[in-house]
Write a protein that binds this ligand. Structure first.
Ligand SMILES: [Fe+2]
Ligand SMILES: [Fe+2]
Length: 320
């Protein structure tokens, strides 16, 4: 195909995909109070984080009430982690919307809707943290600061940030489908929050992919190679954040579990939380078939290998 014809064809098919995202986003749009919370509170007699993500079954010395408490801590952190990443995702999407300002108005509308939804999600997750605090002992501490993290992430190339964003928005859907939805022992409210979140995230992942591919077209080979380094550094930053919060959550659990653990047990609790968070926030997303497919389309085999090498020790720890 002639190049100009090809570009026009791609733009037309992109516009259709953005339009579909707007259509679905309007159809499934929900309200925090009217649709999600509906005057309910958390049922602290049930788990929050599903077994498929929490890895707590590996801690065989815990009694059921302790497992439930640990899953509630992880579920509270999970909501806070989403609020954290949504801070930089909103900012980046607003920034890349400039490419559509005087071009495709349908694309612009879908990016504005995505940002609006992420602002609503942050509000929902702040509400959840307050509600979780009401039924949990004092002392829970969410350590990473959303604005600090956002500044660090946004100092990297747009290509790298969009890649990380696609990864996050894909794993949020995968977690719901494969672990949250099938687990019958979760708090109804906690489960519903991630059902409604998933409904809106499904459109976000489509938009992220479109924006990542468009950004990729703007890069020279040298820019892209540097962006691969940036993506690897971002993975390292996510790992640092995961480890930081895993440590804080282990401290909080050990202090509030109501009994003394042996030093071997304490070490197992700490290690399992790091493994669980590495699984939740890094490895599960990196394995998502759609993510791998898009990444492979954008990078060369050497760059793919560099990314694979950076992930290997983290994946090996999770698999232990
Ligand atoms: Fe979200
Ligand atoms: Fe999102």
């Amino acid at each position: 195909m002639h190049q100009a014809v090809e570009v026009t064809a791609t733009r037309t098919s992109n516009t259709k995909r953005y339009a579909k995202c707007i259509e679905v986003s309007k159809r499934i749009r929900w309200d925090i109070d009217k649709d999600v919370i509906r005057g309910r509170e958390f049922d602290f007699g049930k788990k929050f984080m599903p077994d498929g993500l929490s890895k707590i079954n590996e801690l065989t010395f815990l009694v059921p009430a302790e497992m439930r408490f640990l899953s509630q801590i992880q579920g509270r952190t999970y909501a806070n982690m989403f609020a954290l990443v949504e801070r930089f995702i909103s900012a980046k999407i607003l920034e890349v919307s400039k490419h559509h300002w005087f071009e495709d108005q349908v694309a612009l509308e879908s990016l504005v809707r995505l940002t609006d939804e992420e602002l609503k999600h942050q509000e929902l997750f702040r509400r959840l943290d307050k509600m979780a605090a009401e039924g949990m002992p004092a002392g829970y501490d969410f350590k990473p600061q959303p604005n600090e993290i956002a500044n660090a992430v946004l100092s990297k190339s747009t290509w790298a940030v969009l890649g990380l964003t696609l990864d996050i928005e894909l794993f949020s859907q995968a977690h719901y489908r494969s672990s949250i939805e099938p687990d019958a022992n979760l708090s109804d409210l906690w489960k519903d929050v991630f059902l409604y979140h998933w409904k809106e995230e499904s459109q976000h992942a489509i938009v992220d992919e479109l924006e990542w591919r468009l950004e990729d077209e703007r890069l020279t080979a040298a820019d892209r190679d540097q962006s691969v380094n940036d993506l690897i550094e971002l993975v390292g930053a996510v790992d640092g954040t995961s480890q930081l919060q895993a440590g804080a959550d282990a401290d909080y659990f050990i202090q509030n579990a109501g009994r003394k653990f042996s030093s071997t047990e304490e070490a197992a609790i700490r290690d399992t939380l790091v493994k669980a968070y590495r699984w939740q926030y890094i490895v599960s997303g990196a394995q998502e078939p759609r993510f791998v497919e898009v990444l492979k389309a954008l990078v060369n085999p050497q760059q793919l290998e560099r990314i694979g090498n950076a992930l290997a020790p983290i994946a090996a720890h999770v698999a232990q």
